[in-house]
Write a protein that binds this ligand. Sequence first.
Ligand code: SP5
Ligand code: ZN
Length: 358
Amino acid sequence: MTLSLPVVWSERHRLHEPGGEIWVGVRTPGTEVPERAERIRAALSAAGARLVEASPHPDEALLAVHDAALLEYLARAWEDWQAAGLPDDPGQDRVVPYLFPHPGLFSGLAPAVPAATTAMAGLFAYDTMTLVGPGTWDAARGAADAALTAADLVVGGEPAAYACCRPPGHHAARTCFGGSCYLNNAAVAAQRLRSGLAGPVAVIDVDAHHGNGTQQIFYEDPEVLVGSVHVDPGTGWFPHFLGFERERGAGRGEGANRNVCVAPGTGDEGWTEAVAELARWAREAGAQALVVALGVDAAGGDPESPLDVSAAGFRAAGRALGELGLPTVLVQEGGYDLEAIGELVSEAVAGSEDGRRG
Ligand code: SP5
Ligand code: ZN
């Protein structure tokens, strides 16, 4: 098996060491670790893929999906935290929110921009798990550059390209971040495809968790179709508040959002059929280009999900997406089983090449 598509990579991912995640107030080891991307690169290189270094892109590409205030915050959050002395007193070496401007507090007023560095974090972070350290911004920027470079290659005529994005992106929304994600890599790739190619773009998200950030960014946009298959949040899984099948888009984007929920324990048959259903939906809606938000945490054995998909299931899902025959950017999302992640990604990518070749 030799992969013919380019694999875009940024060395900067290593600068992001979350140092764990704070869950129910407890600092746990966390699973979104640098080794993930290294394992993926090793497996794709072994499968014969060409490696391409991500090239820097201007902020405009990010402003197409995020508010300037979020970008400005992320760019300086760590330095502000350090300048405020918080690593020494009280001894917190990552940016962690403590107070959240819950919509129910405000009687329709806009929350004030707080004077305290400690309070700023809650203005942008929607959970306590997504920590910011010294290299987080550079790494997140590198991941977005990888997605944009892959999209540039596809706009330039490559049939498909894969971006090894780390940190992942699909939980990051227009004004806020969480779920181990800071910048929405799949969304910036979709905007790049949309500006470079004609017609609607589909984002199909096969990560085990709902792509709530991507959904939010494009919720009222009829030109970016967003479909996600994920473990039913109604059975107790992240992101808990979103990802239900009744969420179908709004305004001009009514009908352009599609969620397919699967039960805990779902394996190859049910899951690949759900992916194929999203592929048919995108085809029928007239998609002219495709972004695959390729998380592999639906795998049996992944510590972050209760799904039970095998390497063969990822290959079959890749094939169903490749059969659409669309210009395609695959963007890495989750996947946390270090022993399996390389093979799972490689099978999904190889499947998409099988499908495109027919
Ligand atoms: C990109 C992606 O896959 N993000 C996944 C974020 C889901 N994280 C939810 C974590 C919920 C708490 N995990 C507790 C683990 C305890 N060991
Ligand atoms: Zn996930």
